[in-house]
Design a protein around this ligand. Structure first.
Ligand SMILES: CC(C)(COP(=O)(O)OP(=O)(O)OC[C@H]1O[C@@H](n2cnc3c(N)ncnc32)[C@H](O)[C@@H]1OP(=O)(O)O)[C@@H](O)C(=O)NCCC(=O)NCCS
Length: 318
């Protein structure tokens, strides 16, 4: 058996079954992603078998620079092979590996749209750590006049700040600020009951992460706000080149000292305009937000994002 294509086939079948409205990466991008691991993490991968065939795929992500007690669990079992004990066997293996490696918290997410994941997580004794909603903006039907009015109004509150747009790796002048803002995410965004500590992020990690996205067929669009020459707010959209109709709204973060100036809404609206210009085929943008993240949700709703699904980030503590 050729392991990577078999793992890809399982992940893809599960993605299409449990989240049919999200495009899946190509096999080619999956193979490149395997060969270029996410910076600062080690990975282990295992198959679960039924009647001699690989039907389950377990991926363990092991952060190496921070969060050393954690194991990030990706677990997929082919829809046709579920309820035969494969998921439980693979989770037992994940627990055994966590114990061997001296890590205490296993974390993994399930979508609510399909009942299998949450039912399984409850039965194996995991606790719900963070509830998130997935919201979608239909770019084809946005109320542009309304967005223009929001933008003009927001600028009234943002005197002294300058907008900056870029794609891919940030310029040397701002890359340390990007790293700082990125490292604040676990500290500043709601993380519920999950055992997560701020990540250690430096310019090199930002550079590697951006290069990896390019290698795996993605384009990143960024908008930020400068105060003097310091970047104090930052947001990212990620497009998949093979599926130009879809993009992900990723991180949005405003430095604590600069909140209350509408910088969040300004950078999101500016970045929406940027992706519409540079990826004109974009039709929908998806984003995950913690249900408790009132400010971010209010901005998203004002822009026209509407809830389409929800997910739970589970934690099993040994
Ligand atoms: C979650 C998942 C991995 C479970 O795989 P599986 O091979 O079906 O799991 P098991 O057969 O070992 O099921 C173990 C128990 O979970 C519970 N369970 C699983 N699916 C269930 C469902 N739809 N309804 C009720 N209970 C369910 C049952 O108690 C089951 O035991 P039983 O079949 O003896 O009653 C699989 O459904 C999946 O790939 N889902 C999509 C991805 C995902 O959510 N992964 C988990 C997050 S890391």
């Amino acid at each position: 058996m050729d392991a990577p294509p078999a793992a890809y086939a399982i992940d893809r079948a599960c993605g299409e079954h449990d989240q049919p409205d999200i495009p899946h990466m190509s096999l080619e991008s999956f193979l490149i992603a395997l060969a270029n691991p996410w910076p600062g993490q080690a990975f282990e991968r295992y198959f679960g078998y039924l009647d001699g065939e690989p039907v389950g795929h377990l991926e363990l992500g092991l952060p190496l620079m921070d969060n050393l007690d954690n194991v990030y669990v990706g677990l997929n079992v082919l829809p046709s092979a579920r309820r035969h004990g494969v998921g439980r066997a693979l989770l037992d293996l994940a627990v055994e590996r966590a114990r061997t490696l001296g890590r205490r918290h296993l974390q993994g997410s399930t979508v609510l749209r399909h009942p299998d994941g949450p039912a399984f997580a409850r039965v194996v004794g995991a606790a719900p750590g963070l509830e998130e909603t997935r919201s979608r903006l239909d770019v084809r039907t946005v109320d542009q006049a309304r967005l223009d009015a929001m933008l003009a109004d927001a600028w009234q509150h943002a005197g002294g700040y300058r907008l900056i747009l870029w794609t891919g790796v940030p310029a040397d002048e701002i890359i340390d600020d990007v790293a700082y803002l990125d490292s604040r995410f676990n500290a500043d965004a709601p993380i519920g009951d999950l055992a997560l500590e701020p990540e250690k992020v430096d310019a090199e990690k930002i550079r590697e992460a951006e290069q990896r996205r390019v290698q795996t067929g993605r384009t990143t669009y960024h908008a930020g706000m400068l105060h003097g020459d310091r970047l104090v707010a930052w947001t990212t959209l990620v497009g998949l080149q093979a599926e130009p109709a879809h993009a992900w709204q990723s991180i949005t973060l405003v430095d604590r000292a600069h909140r209350g100036h509408r910088l969040g809404i300004l950078i999101k609206l500016a970045n929406l305009a940027q992706i519409r210009q540079l990826q004109p085929g974009v039709e929908v943008i998806d984003t995950y937000n913690a249900g408790a993240n009132e400010h971010m949700l209010r901005i998203n709703v004002a822009m026209g994002f509407r809830e389409v699904d929800a997910s739970i980030e589970w934690q099993l503590t040994l």
